[in-house]
Ligand binder design. Structure first.
Ligand SMILES: [Zn+2]
Length: 165
């Protein structure tokens, strides 16, 4: 089954870097956090969907989900530019924050992990195992020598499976 879009998209407000919009500030996406969300984190690698966290929560998120680790400054900059491209269309796109507020971090991590494996909440343990095996095989460093993107993906896949199994 296709995952529903029930999360919506992150809500955008100028997050300060442009220097022009200082009134609208994006808040940290962590539940109940009231600090400024100045640190973008992709929902998963190469995703245009982003969370924005304060420094503390960005650190927490990145420790659990190593997605940015392998990125060069250049890649990070490219992702940032993509953000700006999309920001207008996403600005009023949804109630993601409200949806998020009713979701526990456990659910959130589980959903992220399912996304990494390309599954939805209806996936059975067998399906999770099958998806993991197939993706792990595809992205295994031995099968992709010198391919850093695959190496990072492989790590994400393993972390996701650890969480779900
Ligand atoms: Zn925060």
């Amino acid at each position: 089954m296709q995952r529903s879009k029930s999360w919506g998209f992150p809500r955008w407000g100028g997050y300060g870097n442009t220097g022009r919009d200082t009134v609208s500030v994006r808040m940290c996406d962590w539940p109940n956090c009231t600090k400024k969300g100045e640190h973008p984190a992709p929902k998963y690698r190469d995703s245009k969907e982003r969370f924005y966290f304060c420094q503390e929560h960005a650190g927490l998120y990145n420790r659990n989900w190593d997605y940015f680790k392998g990125l060069t400054a250049e890649e990070a900059e490219r992702l940032k530019q993509k953000d700006e491209q999309y920001s207008d269309s996403y600005r009023d796109a949804g109630t993601w924050r409200d949806t998020f507020a009713g979701e526990t971090m456990e659910d959130r991590e589980k959903n992220l992990a399912l996304d990494v494996l390309g599954l939805d909440g209806t996936a059975s343990p067998e399906e999770i195992k099958t998806a993991f095996r197939s993706l792990a095989k595809e992205h295994h460093p031995d099968a992709n020598p010198g391919d850093e993107e695959s190496a990072e993906r492989f790590k994400s896949i393993c972390a996701a499976y650890e969480l779900l199994k």
